[in-house]
Design a binder for this molecule. Structure first.
Ligand SMILES: [Zn+2]
Length: 737
């Protein structure tokens, strides 16, 4: 597999020359956005530049030449969801070795540098080392691998596991960039930007570019304060620009073109380029006639034909490194090199055991990309796959609970299993290497659901105790704070319910909720033979929050999806979704929301299509947090021929009810219709004035509900609602706030 990957990459390079569609870098776009956010950054940048120029000094004055070689610790974070972005340790070690070559001028391809620039090839003299100690002082091989949905549509928010950027240069790899970075392969923050947002300091790149061309060395150039040769204020190939480095002639820069003659011998902007230098006493020192050809082979250009840094760039990088901005001058201190183990040889560490779930096999088409929930006697099988890393794995040993068809295995690939005992399945994987072994045990790896139906029409679940949901598995797929749980601090009519904790404590800096999703499954219901009205009924209470993110955006928020399965979890079909302000029915809360009264709950009734009325129907609630999420509460789940609210509120000695009450967004009247089916109802205000009345015909002897929209009672206050059935009248108070 590894060899195949390399061969493919080389083929692309050789045949196509420039094959990648992505621009190398979006650091400029990022810088411009930051400049808008922090206008004072421009002044800071100017001051910083002045300091740099002062420290670099005029070329021929007596600034001592810094001959030190600097050592810098690196850490590579792979943010992955077990897709192609989960690039192997070996690829990363090869890549890191190549990046290190560039920064010590060991890259052999400088032989391609065109003659005008041969005298200007610079050696940064910076040794890059993967760290051998993590921030807690534990041994590491310099790679940090975490599963997260943030690998998709990534931006700065994916950098949630940064190691102190004054101690390590952080490099993140992700699957795809989000809209703000569309078209880019990577970007990095300049030191001045990093000083403003240290939690974003580092390089972030598409995983597919880890070892492509000089994308990462280019980004590390930005980390060390190099600009693009055309400056950082425009796109390439637009206008002549300069990067504050003398021996990189002014240029418009290039979009990816490869080593085309037009780029290699491009003279646009560079004709007649000279620099005049003065001595420290102010007299003329020299006039240097730099090449009249632009340096299209510069690592900071976009040609994908990069071969070199210049001497001036090397000085500029070293100057940034030895300055305090963004803590760069801490990176190479002896104390930091000791703390990060940067100079120690790479340790041989035991593997880190890990496995993933694949899509189920067998049983017809499977909808979920990964299958965590199937009935214990399903036609389809769960598929477990080894994903251990951190060392060359010599062997693995699996054990599975619950009467697995394959209770133990040594397969390094996929292990298929069915389970004869329902419930949570415990999976244990031991990975071995020459350096030792590591075991991962997950007692909630997958759920083998029982097919014994727990009820049909009339089933009611009030979520009173945690034991009530023993057969209602909840999955927190990304093992984070955004998840379903049994909640004991609020409820409809009591203090218990189910909560999805969507409130985002990340302050929208890193580790945001958007992109996550989690499931909450029901047991099996027997709905066979049921005709007529049949609903999944439940109540929800939700809110959103704009705290820290400005105005409410109704297009970007949380959603709750209800799905049904008649294939024991192999295939799911959406039967309802609730989202936006409908789901967030209580509006904007700056803090974590929890309902405090019945009026904050909304009844939900989802009609169960005939196709899902089988003797083994499962439902699942799937929650997709948005970036304005607040908590959602769910209570009083029932399967009923009546819409939600009816069963819970109507008792035999009280054939008329109002819910919610008090109410702010309208409410419902629920009543039994009597022999004739004719029902009169009226609403009076406190003065006795009739604000609404109506007579309607319903089916005889049924329970019905009528919506009372808020528009009928626009004024807050108390009302009296009277319902008359067969000459018998009942009146109740209704409070609108
Ligand atoms: Zn760049």
């Amino acid at each position: 597999m590894f060899n195949k990957f390399v061969a493919l990459t080389l083929t692309i390079l050789c045949v196509a020359g420039v094959s990648r569609a992505q621009l190398p870098c979006s650091a400029d776009k990022h810088y411009q956005r930051l400049l808008q956010k922090y206008p004072q950054l421009a002044d800071y940048e100017d001051q910083f530049e002045a300091q740099i120029q002062k420290r670099i000094g005029a070329r021929t004055t007596s600034v001592p030449v810094d001959t030190n070689t600097y050592d810098i610790p690196l850490v590579v974070h792979v943010i992955h969801d077990y897709g192609t972005e989960n690039i192997s340790d070996d690829i990363l070690y090869d890549a890191a070795s190549y990046w290190a070559d560039i920064y010590m001028l060991r890259n052999a391809d400088t032989v391609d540098v065109i003659p005008p620039f041969l005298p200007y090839i610079g050696n940064p003299k910076i040794r890059l080392h993967l760290a051998t100690k993590d921030p807690n002082g534990h041994p590491t091989k310099g790679i940090d691998r975490v599963q997260s949905y943030l690998t998709m549509n990534a931006d700065d928010e994916a950098k949630y596991n940064q190691w102190d950027p004054s101690k390590y240069v952080n490099i993140w790899f992700i699957n795809t960039f989000g809209a703000a970075e569309t078209g880019a392969a990577a970007y990095a923050l300049l030191p001045s930007s990093a000083a403003y947002e240290p939690y974003y300091d580092g390089v972030i790149s598409l995983a597919s570019y880890a070892n492509y061309a000089k994308v990462i060395p280019h980004e590390l150039g930005h980390v060390l304060n190099l600009q693009h040769p055309w400056g950082n204020t425009n796109e390439p190939a637009v206008a002549c620009g300069d990067d504050h480095v003398d021996d990189t002639p002014p240029t418009m820069g290039h979009n990816p073109v490869g080593c085309s003659p037009a780029a290699l011998y491009d003279v646009t902007c560079a004709i007649g380029y000279t620099k005049t230098y003065t001595s420290s006493d102010g007299t003329l020192d020299s006039v240097v006639n730099y090449p009249d050809t632009v340096n299209a082979q510069n690592i900071m250009d976009y040609t994908y034909c990069q071969r070199m840094f210049t001497k001036g760039q090397a000085v500029r990088m070293r100057t940034a490194l030895t300055g305090p901005t963004a803590g760069r001058n801490n990176l190479y201190t002896p104390a930091n090199l000791a703390a990060t183990g940067a100079l120690a040889p790479m340790p041989d560490l035991p593997p880190i055991a890990d496995f993933i779930l694949n899509k189920a096999s067998g049983g017809g088409s499977i909808y979920d990309n990964r299958s965590y929930f199937l009935t214990f006697n399903n036609l389809a099988s769960f598929n477990f796959m080894n994903a251990s890393w951190n060392d060359t794995i010599s062997s693995v040993a699996w054990t599975f609970s619950n009467g697995a068809t394959t209770p133990t295995s040594a397969a390094t690939g996929v292990v298929s299993n069915k389970f004869s005992v329902p419930g949570w399945v415990s999976v244990s994987l031991t990975a071995n290497s020459n350096a030792g072994s590591n075991t991962l045990t997950n007692n909630h790896a997958v759920y083998a659901a029982d097919t014994a139906s727990i009820g049909g029409n009339g089933y009611f679940q009030n979520f009173t105790a945690a034991a009530d949901i023993a057969n209602w598995p909840m999955f927190n797929y990304y093992n984070n704070q955004f998840k379903w749980d049994f909640y004991t601090g609020a409820g409809l009519g009591d203090n218990t319910c189910i909560r999805y904790r969507s409130f985002d404590t990340s302050q929208r800096i890193t580790g945001i909720a958007i992109g996550d999703h989690d499931d909450f499954f029901t047991p099996a219901f027997n709905l066979a033979g049921l005709s007529g009205n049949l609903f999944v009924d439940f109540f929800t209470s939700g809110a959103y929050t704009t705290a820290g993110i400005g105005p409410y955006d109704p297009n970007v928020t949380d959603s709750l999806v209800l799905e049904a399965s008649t294939s024991g979890g192999a295939r799911w079909t959406k039967i309802a979704s609730i989202y936006g302000s409908d789901l967030a029915n209580n509006g904007d809360y700056g803090v974590e929301f929890a309902p405090t009264n019945a009026g904050q709950w909304v009844a939900r009734s989802v009609s169960i299509p005939a196709a899902y009325r089988t003797n083994n129907t499962f439902f699942r609630f799937q929650y997709w947090p948005g970036n304005e999420g607040n908590n959602l509460y769910l209570d009083k789940f029932s399967i009923s021929s009546d819409p939600a609210g009816v069963k819970e509120l109507l008792t035999s000695d009280n054939s008329f009810n109002i819910y919610p009450n008090p109410a702010t967004n309208g409410c419902f009247l629920v009543f039994k219709t009597g022999i004739s089916g004719i029902v009169n109802y009226s609403i009076k205000d406190l003065t006795g004035k009739v604000v609404y009345q109506e007579q309607k015909s319903f089916a005889p002897n049924t329970t019905e509900q009528q919506s009372i929209p808020r528009s009928l009672t626009p004024a807050a206050g108390m009302y009296f609602v009277t319902v008359t059935v067969e000459g018998n009248s009942m009146t109740q108070k209704m409070v609108i706030y």
